[in-house]
Design a protein. Structure first.
Length: 95
């Protein structure tokens, strides 16, 4: 299931929702990993605006700051990779 985001977040609540969407998508494809570009396409759709792309990238950065995801370099792109803490939290909450 792909969550599509229809517009760029403009409030803290919208930012939180987008962070949840990024984290949920990363958990859904686990153990596979998506690049930031793939995450943007999956969440924003192929027609996602530049503003929405920036919002998804910002959500990924905020999740990395919270140590829930990390970026791993792959060629010229970055992979979105879940941290062990995020996986364990997910296991506990869904348990």
């Amino acid at each position: 299931m792909t969550e599509e985001v229809s517009q760029a977040p403009s409030s803290r609540r919208d930012d939180d929702a987008l962070e949840r969407a990024v984290l949920s998508r990363a958990l859904a494809v686990r153990p596979e990993r998506l690049t930031v570009d793939e995450m943007v396409r999956e969440l924003a759709g192929k027609e996602g605006s530049e503003q929405l792309r920036e919002a998804v990238e910002r959500a990924a950065r905020r999740l990395a700051d919270a140590q829930l995801i990390q970026s791993a370099p792959l060629d010229q792109q970055e992979l979105v990779e879940l941290t062990r803490s995020a996986i364990r939290l997910h296991e506990l909450l869904d348990g």
